[in-house]
Write a protein that binds this ligand. Structure first.
Ligand SMILES: *[C@@H]1O[C@H](CO)[C@@H](O)[C@H](O)[C@H]1NC(C)=O
Ligand SMILES: *[C@@H]1O[C@H](CO)[C@@H](O)[C@H](O)[C@H]1NC(C)=O
Ligand SMILES: *[C@@H]1O[C@H](CO)[C@@H](O)[C@H](O)[C@H]1NC(C)=O
Ligand SMILES: *[C@@H]1O[C@H](CO)[C@@H](O)[C@H](O)[C@H]1NC(C)=O
Length: 325
């Protein structure tokens, strides 16, 4: 008798509590304050630390689990190479660290959606195992890999033996969501993320949140001093100089490839890797409900006619003689 009442009462308590809790999550999480006339906000775990970027939408407002599943629908099929590794939760946890800095939160919601599609377009093309006859089409196979499968070398560059010395027995082959190669790139990324990647590059293939974090950091950070980040060229923070205009570098997806890869993919007509990134971006725009017509004309979308940024002395973290596949 007593037990029965307890069950009924606690069920009622749950029913009463549920909608209140729902409200709390959607409404009460926004805290606003004014500092010197500027509106700054905090939205809890996803957009912390009072930033102007936290006053608008956050990524989870327009990009949810089912959309992640749609974009990367084949990643957990038995023939994929990182089954069970990548998930929405790791992406959104990593993205949360950069949303206060404008990742997915700059400008209107549409700009945010396009930026997420663009970032994931880079990621999808670098981690795809799709090929011509793959079921679901070649673009459905993003996040199939989390590391280079048969590295032919350990990517140890002795020029950096004083700054980023290779750890004996460790291999610096491609790992991650925007794969990192070479000791100096593991070293630099590890420094920025405060994780000892030089001694433990394998962290990137064991921790999907860290893998996404390293990729978003790369997206948000210029590869070289005085050059823009992919984020800056995409959302329009970057204003082209006269030289940029002469070099046909304009804000948009094409220049994100230039900012990350320079002459590895830009300034050549019909580079396969460039076309692959563009195709993934357009495919994700469609799946997210934005529509590829929002991507703009060819000059904005690709970088085949752009002069490449000079990334030489920086050595892009993507430099490799082979891809992650
Ligand atoms: C917030 O949203 C408005 C309207 O969509 C936009 O104009 C503004 O730039 C956004 N704020 C930031 C910091 O991006
Ligand atoms: C994975 O990486 C994230 C982000 O750097 C970190 O917060 C988390 O503690 C790591 N998880 C494990 C199990 O090491
Ligand atoms: C613009 O390009 C010219 C010729 O390539 C170069 O000499 C000059 O330093 C560049 N200016 C800037 C600001 O990058
Ligand atoms: C890339 O853009 C140029 C215009 O800048 C266009 O002529 C060319 O067809 C585009 N290439 C591809 C592969 O879409």
């Amino acid at each position: 008798m007593e037990l029965k009442w307890m069950v009924i009462l606690s069920t009622m308590a749950l029913l009463l509590a549920a909608p209140v809790h729902g409200d709390e999550e959607s409404e009460a999480k926004l805290i606003v304050k004014k500092v010197k006339g500027k509106k700054l906000c905090d939205q809890g775990w996803e957009c912390k630390g009072f930033s102007e970027y936290c006053c608008n939408h956050t990524i989870s407002d327009y990009f949810q689990t089912y959309q992640f599943e749609n974009l990367f629908s084949k990643r957990n099929t038995p023939v994929a190479h990182a089954v069970g590794f990548w998930d929405y939760h790791s992406f959104i946890t990593a993205a949360a660290l950069y949303q206060p800095h404008g990742f997915g939160t700059t400008g209107e919601k549409l700009t945010g959606m396009k930026e997420v599609a663009a970032f994931l377009g880079h990621v999808g093309s670098k981690t795809s195992c799709g090929y011509g006859v793959a079921t679901g089409g070649p673009l459905a196979w993003g996040l199939c890999y989390n590391k280079e499968m048969s590295p032919s070398q350990t990517y140890c560059d002795d020029d950096f033996k004083y700054t980023y010395p290779c750890t004996p027995g460790v291999s610096y082959h491609g790992r991650g969501a925007l794969p990192i190669y070479w000791n100096y790139n593991y070293g630099k990324t590890g420094e920025a993320l405060k994780v000892d990647l030089l001694n433990h590059p394998e962290y990137l293939e064991n921790n999907a949140t860290l893998a996404f974090q390293a990729a978003v950091w790369r997206w948000m950070t210029p590869v070289k001093k005085n050059l823009p980040s992919a984020h800056d060229v995409f959302v329009g923070n970057w204003k082209p100089t006269k030289n940029d205009t002469l070099a046909k570098r304009i804000p948009g997806f094409g220049t994100t490839m230039n900012a990350l890869y320079g002459d590895q993919v830009c300034g050549k007509d019909d580079d396969e890797s460039m076309n692959n990134m563009v195709s993934h971006y357009l495919y994700y725009l469609d799946l997210m409900g934005v529509g590829r017509e929002e991507a703009g004309p060819h000059e904005v979308l690709n970088c085949s006619e752009q002069e490449a940024f000079d990334l030489s002395s920086a050595r892009s973290s993507m430099s490799s003689s082979s891809s992650a596949s």
